[in-house]
Design a protein around this ligand. Structure first.
Ligand SMILES: Cc1cc2nc3c(=O)[nH]c(=O)nc-3n(C[C@H](O)[C@H](O)[C@H](O)COP(=O)(O)OP(=O)(O)OC[C@H]3O[C@@H](n4cnc5c(N)ncnc54)[C@H](O)[C@@H]3O)c2cc1C
Length: 402
């Protein structure tokens, strides 16, 4: 049997692509490993950036018009996905940018979605937040901004994809290559998995996040201009009293000194039954990873304690009066494109890719998945009003002929 489309990668983008690709009645499969248990982690080499209970999402990304188009469309679509599946995905708690020169950081369209505040107005609204140390300006998106549960987004996308006929296969793809297929004259893609299965498909869409070029998925001699940064989050476990006190807390991002930048999410209940407030660094304290071994080691390693302490201290200087019961940290990885926009691109007539979240991949996920599904399906207008050139993959090296 030959699939019409094989999507590799069961994360946020691949799962969204699977839902959209199956709307057309095409025969689609989605291949990727399910989330490992703690015990399984050491034996894995492929992980995912969505293993968490909270990801910032908002209608207006803020600083970039094209990203904002992607985030606007994604938020609408995720609200629709909530309705279709009955799975609660989005918490509309608002988002606060604070720090210095916020005005210069927001696009005109983003400014329509909220209002400027001084640091003291922030404190009037949220008595537990003191942003004054980091700058005197803030901008609040009071609605259409907050967080989603990325695990549930993946589950909801896959639920609908499956109902629409998608085969979802729990495996890792080791290689993808184009082959002439038996008696048929038409070339097809051959997909070989870790467990030794072989799948055939007319087209393949790679949605493998940071792992895109760490297995033999791309044509030989092709190297994407795609960097991988190891990053981390710090989680402060909070008791009931603190959770109740922070019940109106929005999500937030600081725009200040790069060394002090961070983002935070309000208290969220995690699968272990405890409630944590999550904090992540801006672009500082990132570790460049180049090989599969590097990425695996990073995912399995503990975060540098100095980084954890530093981030915790920054957040405790903003969120006042809380007493964390414990402090935890987890490692994760982000993909960085040379354009800072996603690459959504046909590498060859039968192989496409969607990669490069740049730390914003959750809030762009559904729209990128939708566009990639259209692109791999051959729809020439998949990019709608976003110039194709902007989303074109950039290469370090490219084979003479694909
Ligand atoms: C700590 C952290 C915090 C973040 N916070 C935010 C945030 O607040 N808001 C936001 O918008 N974004 C955030 N991001 C970014 C966002 O999570 C990613 O951009 C997003 O997950 C990218 O989606 P993806 O589908 O491209 O990659 P992933 O979600 O990583 O999915 C890729 C999938 O491909 C699978 N895969 C890889 N290789 C293979 C293979 N060979 N065979 C089969 N399957 C394979 C993996 O198992 C994985 O499931 C954060 C990222 C990190 C690391």
């Amino acid at each position: 049997m030959v699939y019409d489309v094989c999507i590799v990668g069961t994360g946020l983008w691949g799962s969204a692509a699977a839902r959209h690709a199956t709307k057309s009645g095409r025969k689609v499969c989605l291949i990727g490993p399910r989330e490992p248990t703690e015990k399984e982690r050491p034996s894995r080499d492929i992980f995912s950036s969505h293993y968490d209970a909270g990801r910032n999402v908002r209608k207006y990304q803020g600083t970039d018009h094209i990203r904002s188009l992607l985030t606007m469309r994604t938020l609408e679509s995720l609200k629709n996905l909530e309705q279709i599946t009955g799975i609660k995905l989005f918490s509309d708690v608002g988002h606060l940018f604070y720090g210095k020169d916020i005005d210069g950081q927001l696009t005109a369209i983003a400014k329509e979605g909220g209002r400027f505040l001084s640091a003291s107005e922030v404190q009037d609204l949220y008595p537990f937040l003191d942003t004054s140390k980091y700058g005197d300006q803030a901008f609040l998106f009071p609605q259409d901004a907050g967080f989603v549960n990325p695990r549930l987004v993946v589950a909801a996308q896959q639920k609908v994809a499956k109902e629409q006929g998608c085969d979802i296969i729990d495996d890792v793809v080791e290689s993808v290559e184009e082959e002439s297929y038996q008696t048929d004259k038409e070339a097809v893609m051959k997909i070989i998995t870790k467990s030794g299965n072989i799948f055939w498909s007319k087209k393949v869409l790679l949605c493998c996040g940071v792992f895109t070029q760490l297995k033999d998925l791309l044509p030989r001699d092709l190297e994407l201009d795609l960097k991988v940064d190891g990053t981390f989050v710090v989680k402060l476990e909070l008791g009931e009293e603190d959770v109740a006190r922070l019940s109106t807390m929005p999500t937030g991002t600081s725009i200040t000194d790069p060394e002090l930048n961070c983002y935070f999410l309000p208290p969220i209940k995690y699968p272990d039954g405890k409630t944590y407030m999550k904090i992540g660094p801006g672009y500082f304290y990132q570790t460049r990873l180049t090989t599969l071994e590097d990425v695996k080691r990073w995912y399995l390693s503990a975060t540098n304690q100095d980084y954890v302490d530093k981030l915790k201290d920054i957040v405790l200087s903003i969120v006042k009066g809380i007493t964390p019961l414990s402090v935890q940290s987890e490692t994760c990885a982000c993909s960085r494109t040379s354009t800072s926009l996603p690459y959504c691109h046909m590498v060859s007539p039968r192989l496409g890719l969607a990669v490069g979240g740049y730390g914003f991949g959750a809030m762009m996920s559904d729209e990128i998945g939708r566009m990639a599904a259209k692109m791999i399906g051959g729809d020439e207008n998949w990019n709608m009003d976003i110039p194709m050139e902007k989303l074109k993959a950039r290469y370090v090296t490219q084979p003479a002929k694909l």
